[in-house]
Design a protein. Structure first.
Lengths: 410, 410
């Protein structure tokens, strides 16, 4: 295959998908949105152009199948949704790379001893509902009442949204897959490590664990000019002290842990009024479950001490995902294949969550990273060079070929 | 006079004014609003019922005059406007107390050697335009092109709003008053000091100076999970560290200074994205100009050091009002009169801005505080007991009587 041409083709497809699915100036494809629907139409056309049988499951995943001699199936997956004001590559990159790799196999008249599927998963990001990974969860039968009752910012539950979009929540349990021998995902790194260390390919060995919290600190609303400092309960001050001290603690504790407050609001939000309350998010990640527990303990302790001072604190644990190790035999195999192709390859940890982490506990799973320029992601600055997209297609096609030929026993 | 009856009358008048001037559930009388117009009608009726000559000046202040033997005039003033979702007492309390005190004098056949005016000022709060104190500024000839060009949230300038409401901006300079011997204002404290220390009356010696800033810290938007802690530019962390450290500094520096972050927003505000930028307000007040300068220097220094780390910081100084000392001879006189009436009286500093601070540099000015229950103000919880309103009327009537009789040489 011509790696350069294929890389440019991938870029062209990603540009087309992005340009057709903007909300105003921003790319945003959340589950069941008009932009996601438009995006699905485009992806379905790409799938059908390869002669694949395309179906949609009851959560809204697009599943394209190339039937092989055996029912045993290798799934290539990635998500089609994006965060608000997201980039062109996150998620969609893996779908396009998968399609181009499969195209390569079909055009080279490969014998399909096993069946291959490409799945475009919905709502990995959780940018409409709090829970993400909805598409991959459905693959492994893990959508529960918790997810179904989750509501969006308009108070609409996932269940209601499914029904009004023509999906049937009752049918979800039947869709759990038992025929999948291996799951492969290619994704942009969304971080600066590959670029910084000048590597072409990252083979992911493990995915960090995540704890996400929603915190509300309620103080006492008072006049900013007439309430002496020593008798106020100012939730903005309390939150600021907590955020800066906890961040410093995390940095001392671990070189790998991350601690992020990405969203914060203050009520009533008037410059000359001491706030009534502040609400903010916490995103905590690490590859070490022990450190996640340590930081979580520290969070509860610090916020607990605010209660003693008179603040009312609400802590909602939104998600607690343990670190996930991917299949080491598959990782080693992919690492060797990548090296053999002359690609500078490293093993690494993923700091972002991926559909792969949902699937890995149930199905043999491999995750491949291609570099992100400056590590930028979840932003319109997100960029992966066509050269690197081409490498992804080449590596994935090579791995699939070997799997079909039984070189790697799935 | 029957202090209790007068207090209940004041309460009744304040309830009437509030009930007639709601927008939906909220009290909000901003300049030239329908609710302010309704409020003006009611206040004009109260003024005319005392046999006063009522005129309106070109900014929209209501001026009610009791002609005396001399043109020399004592002005009693307070504002009729309110903040959004304001209380019944802030501003309006002083008008009603002034009217009831003047009623007392008229009914007791007092000899009016001097003239007395009650002025209901418009737009002290600045809840439509950024600049407040518009009514009192007009009294001392301080409405400039800056105020006239100020625009509201719909982009309408004060000048345009004046003209479309039948006022003539050209005539403002002619309205500067040169005949006012003394200005007296009664206001609710809007803070908890009088209640906490169990005092009936506060005699204000000085009004704090204010610096208000609008701060934006721009960092670099990145993925929360994949960007190592030591290479991020997280504006929420930077802002939190700044807010907590500067607050601690202010508390160490001064017992009287206040430092408040009442409004804060984070963009794009997504839990798993390191923010691009954060914007927040600073409200800094103190009676000491020196300390205001010290804290301001510290603010510029701390935020400047963020620039060195790679953040881009924008500092907008929205207002810089110097502390104002009120007339000490008048304050001493009012303090003595209050003590003589058996009222528990203290001298104090005002942490809130008042029309008095605009007028004090030009006219001998006295400011009297009555207690606010729990210090609550700028909210529907604002409350001052009828007992305390009655004390205000009694004290103001006593002071006016002595002034008319020449006991205090204005």
């Amino acid at each position: 295959m011509n790696r350069q041409e294929v890389g440019l083709k991938a870029e062209e497809m990603l540009n087309e998908l992005a340009d057709q699915t903007r909300m105003g100036d921003e790319i945003w494809r959340y589950i069941y949105s008009d932009t996601e629907k438009k995006g699905k139409k485009i992806i379905r056309q790409w799938m059908e152009a390869l002669g694949l049988l395309v179906i949609e499951d009851q959560i809204g995943n697009l599943i394209a199948r190339k039937e092989g001699k055996s029912k045993e199936t290798i799934v290539i997956g990635s998500h089609m949704d994006t965060v608000k004001d997201g980039g062109k590559y996150d998620g969609a990159g893996g779908i396009v790379i998968g399609l181009l790799a499969l195209k390569e196999l079909i055009e080279s008249d490969e014998t399909f001893d096993k069946s291959i599927e490409i799945i475009a998963f919905t709502e990995e990001e959780g940018s409409r509902f709090l829970s993400g990974y909805l598409g991959s969860k459905n693959l492994v039968g893990k959508i529960t009442q918790l997810e179904l009752n989750d509501t969006d910012s308009d108070g609409i539950s996932l269940k209601e949204a499914m029904i009004s979009n023509g999906y049937d929540p009752e049918k979800l349990p039947k869709e759990k897959r038992r025929d999948v021998a291996a799951y492969l995902e290619v994704h942009i790194e969304q971080g600066p490590v590959l670029e910084t260390l000048r590597h072409d390919i990252g083979i992911v060995e493990s995915i960090v664990g995540i704890r996400a919290f929603d915190i509300t600190i309620k103080g006492r609303q008072d006049h900013a000019g007439t309430t002496p400092m020593d008798i106020r309960l100012d939730p903005v001050y309390a939150a600021s002290k907590f955020i800066s001290e906890t961040t410093d603690y995390v940095r001392r504790l671990s070189k790998t842990a991350t601690f992020t407050i990405g969203a914060m609001s203050v009520l009533p939000g008037v410059s000359n009024v001491i706030a009534d309350s502040t609400n903010f998010s916490i995103d905590l990640r690490d590859r070490s479950e022990e450190d996640l527990v340590n930081v979580t303990d520290r969070i509860y302790e610090s916020l607990g001490s605010l209660e003693e001072q008179g603040y009312a604190v609400t802590i909602k644990l939104l998600c607690a995902e343990e670190p996930v190790d991917l299949d080491s035999r598959l990782s080693d195999f992919m690492y060797d294949k990548s090296q053999n192709l002359g690609l500078r390859t490293m093993k690494m940890v993923s700091g972002a969550g991926h559909d792969a982490q949902i699937i890995a506990p149930h199905i043999k799973t491999g995750l491949i990273f291609v570099p992100s320029v400056k590590g930028r992601s979840h932003s319109s600055d997100e960029y992966t060079k066509s050269y690197d997209l081409g490498n992804g297609v080449l590596l994935l096609a090579t791995i699939l070929k070997e799997m079909l030929q039984g070189e790697f026993d799935v």
